[in-house]
Design a protein around this ligand. Structure first.
Ligand code: PLP
Length: 307
């Protein structure tokens, strides 16, 4: 093991793990990539530093400035971690449907958190609009823009995609991932297809999200949208599968209790989808499922004692 200069050097290089008990025999071709082992507990640690560097390079963020972002929580942690190392302040705008655990986490990193109602994107109270206004009015502040900045999918093209390719020695036939900004699925999907054009890319989508439509409220956090973000390259996705909140949360609890893998509801939805893909799978290649974050973010909802 190398000695790292900062915690940021410990981001990435996450393990691929077989499933041993959930689902049926179809689980044999599924590998899960456990992003929970990143230092901040999610896949968004990967983009924190990249978004800050993009803002510095464009001149929007200056030394001692403030990082501002609209986040479901995890991007906030990734950014707060990088901001702490690099000497920036951070302010995050979070929709009120997000778990209280995540809000406490952001504050633990020294960030200021503004909570707004979970309303559609065209509403002035929407978290992205509020964060953008805040960045415009606060001296020295810069909006990070995970939904717009190409640095987001590029990070996955540069890091997460090659990790999967190398760990499977090219024996990967399908990628299953969720999409919030779409950075994960677009960056990894594009990288894998550039290596091997017949790799299938399947998006797991909450019932109520636009990618499988029609738009309606849902409880799964971090994936699913009510519009197509700039950072989603929809052409990379071969098909989408809708998953209900109930199926997703039930699978998250099964993963903890049967596999010892404590992850969030979006990971549950992604494993449900990967097992569905595996049922009709004829190839010997692996189906790789991206598990975005740790279940520690959801102790007060998905993993309540009575659930
Ligand atoms: C909790 C969580 N964070 C992050 C992501 C990845 O999202 P993005 O599309 O923004 O890369 C997902 C997607 O499944 C997620 O569920």
């Amino acid at each position: 093991m190398p000695i790292y200069e900062t915690v940021l050097d410990a981001v990435g290089g996450t393990p691929l793990i077989r499933l041993n008990r959930v689902g049926g025999a179809e689980r044999a071709r599924v590998l899960v990539k456990l992003e929970a082992v990143n230092p901040g507990g999610s896949i968004k640690d990967r983009i924190g530093l990249a978004l800050i560097r993009a803002a510095e390079e464009s001149g929007r963020l200056k030394p001692g400035g403030t990082v501002v972002e609209a986040t479901a929580g995890n991007t906030g942690v990734g950014l707060a971690m990088a901001a702490a190392v690099l000497g920036y302040q951070s302010v995050f705008v979070v929709p009120d449907k997000m778990s209280p655990d995540k809000i406490r986490l952001l504050k633990a990193y020294g960030a200021r958190v503004e909570i707004v109602p979970d309303v559609p994107r065209n509403d002035p109270q929407n978290y992205q609009q509020v964060a953008q206004r805040l960045a415009d009015h606060l001296a020295g502040a810069a909006y990070m823009g995970q939904f717009e900045q190409k640095a987001n999918p590029e990070t996955h093209y540069r890091t997460t995609g090659p990790e999967i390719w190398e760990a499977t020695q090219g024996q990967v036939g399908a990628l299953v991932a969720g999409a919030g900004t779409g950075g994960t699925i677009s960056g990894i999907g594009r990288y894998l297809k550039d290596q091997k054009p017949d790799v299938e890319v399947i998006g797991a989508d909450p019932v109520g999200s636009i990618f499988t439509g029609p738009v309606a409220p849902f409880l799964i956090e971090g994936m699913g949208e009510d519009y197509y973000p700039d950072t989603l390259d929809a052409d990379v996705v071969d098909r989408w599968e809708a998953v209900s909140d109930e199926e997703a949360f039930d699978m998250a609890r099964q993963l903890a209790r049967q596999e010892g893998i404590l992850v969030g509801g979006s990971s549950g939805a992604i494993v449900v989808t990967a097992l569905k893909v595996a049922r009709d799978w004829q190839k010997s290649d692996w189906i790789v499922a991206m598990l975005p974050d740790t279940g520690r973010n959801y102790l007060s909802n998905i993993f309540r004692e009575d659930s």
